[in-house]
Design a protein around this ligand. Structure first.
Ligand SMILES: [Zn+2]
Length: 85
């Protein structure tokens, strides 16, 4: 799923160990990030999405990693609400 838009995340990708995987998720979940380690993350994408939406979702999740949202002392569900309101 390489896309030119990933170049904006080159630094984030280089500085972290980021795996992009598929996971059977409920239809309302496009994707999610699991932090495996200090600088290792797994991005899970719903395979039911079309290709374009999969890219959008991967970039959305990369944006969370880039903004170091996982370092913030805030519950991730609360963070999602704040980010997407
Ligand atoms: Zn989000």
């Amino acid at each position: 799923m390489i896309d030119s838009r990933f170049f904006a995340y080159k630094k984030t990708l280089e500085e972290n160990d980021i795996q992009i995987r598929y996971a059977e998720l409920p239809p309302t979940f496009h994707g999610l990030v699991v932090r495996e380690d200090v600088s290792a993350y797994s991005i899970y994408i719903n395979p039911a999405l079309n290709h374009e939406s999969q890219i959008d979702t991967a970039i959305h999740e990369l944006e969370h990693i880039k903004k170091k949202d996982f370092d913030k002392m805030i519950d991730i569900n609360t963070l999602e609400l704040l980010t997407h309101k």
